[in-house]
Design a protein around this ligand. Structure first.
Ligand code: NDP
Length: 315
């Protein structure tokens, strides 16, 4: 297999990856960035981004990512299509296989592979994507001011998303498949006591309906029981909060991760336990998951990589 040597390899093309590429390129690290399966990352699945500082009128998610990509390219970042399919971080220089056809031998690596929101797997989620279906309340909640929304899930994320949405919407339903919430006690109390939030236990989603966008959700109560009931609930927005899956599988044998697969870094830094390997953005962040926090951590990772390479006399 062809082997190419690079100083700084960036894997992933969300705000973390591109920001790392901007900083790394401006520090003469000649970064090579592989974009992965979804160039631009999760933001390309939303419409308008209104909370990224610097855009008072908001910006289309695809446009924002194209701007970040062009900014990285302007300083010489080598942005390529391709998917990292395997790694070997046992010894330096580290090896990353791209598309099963090429090996990159990297002196430093910034992992910015992101996380993928889990969906229920219904056809309607695809049908109404960007038309009332969202997996991010802080991204899209604003569009549901004084409207009715539903959040699926019973964990801390679902409760947090519901609390956030309750500040905007007129009514928030939480659709929980079990008879209890899995969230922490304090979050449970908050949602149960909120006047705008109604928790519907033992409810499963069968589909969505609506002419131009979501107008309601098809529910089944007490699925599989003798008193199983099907009914439609009118809503304007449908939010998934059933967990995220960090895209970290190929690094599992080499890095510390929590039980969900989020990469654990040292303190408040993007350093992993392997010297010269850094993790930035959602792949290492179960808490904030925002474009701006991902961009910030991409910046930190590039600065760390620059220091690492300089100390080794490689820059
Ligand atoms: P969790 O895995 O904790 O919860 C997922 C929820 O979604 C569960 O209620 C689960 O139901 C439900 N669910 C999963 N799949 C389906 C499905 N197919 N249909 C219907 N419901 C489904 O994920 P979270 O994202 O909420 O939290 C992840 C971790 O992050 C947790 O450890 C959490 O505590 C933490 N967190 C902490 C926060 C904080 O401290 N501020 C904020 C947000 C998250 P079931 O219970 O039936 O499996």
């Amino acid at each position: 297999m062809e082997i190419e040597k690079v100083k700084c390899l960036i894997i992933g093309s969300g705000p973390a990856g591109y920001t790392a590429a901007i900083y790394a390129a401006r520090s003469n690290m000649n970064p090579v960035l592989y974009e992965g399966l979804q160039p631009g990352g999760q933001l390309t699945t939303t419409t308008e981004v209104e909370n990224f500082p610097g855009y008072p009128e908001g910006i289309d998610g695809n446009q924002l990512m194209e701007d970040l990509r062009n900014q990285a390219k302007r300083f010489g970042a080598d942005v390529r299509f391709g998917l990292a399919s395997a790694t070997d971080l046992k010894k330096d220089p580290y090896q990353v296989t791209i598309d099963e056809e090429k090996i990159i031998e990297a002196q430093s690596i910034i992992i910015a592979t992101g996380a993928t929101a889990k969906y229920l797997g219904l056809d309607d989620e695809k049908k109404y994507a960007g038309m009332g279906v969202s997996a991010c309340a802080t991204c899209d909640g604003f569009f549901y001011k004084k409207k009715i929304v539903a959040v699926v899930g019973g964990g801390d994320t679902a409760c947090e998303e519901a609390m956030y949405l309750a500040g905007l919407a007129s009514k928030v339903y939480i659709l929980v498949r079990k008879s209890f919430l899995r969230a922490s006690k304090i979050m449970q109390e908050r949602v149960m006591n909120h006047e705008k939030i109604e928790v519907l236990f033992e409810h499963n989603v069968e589909g969505l309906y609506g002419e131009k966008g979501v107008e309601g959700v098809k529910l089944v109560k007490r699925k599989g029981e003798t008193d199983e009931t099907h009914y439609n609930l009118p809503i304007d927005g449908f939010f998934l909060a059933i967990g995220h899956k960090p895209n970290s599988d190929i690094f599992k044998p080499f890095l510390d991760m929590d039980k969900t697969g989020y990469i654990i870094t040292e303190g408040n830094t993007p350093r992993t336990k392997v010297p010269g390997v850094f993790a930035a953005g959602d792949v290492a962040d179960p808490h904030y998951r925002q474009a701006i926090t991902a961009a910030g951590s991409g910046c930190k990772a590039a600065i760390e990589a620059e220091r690492y390479l300089s100390e080794k006399g490689l820059l």
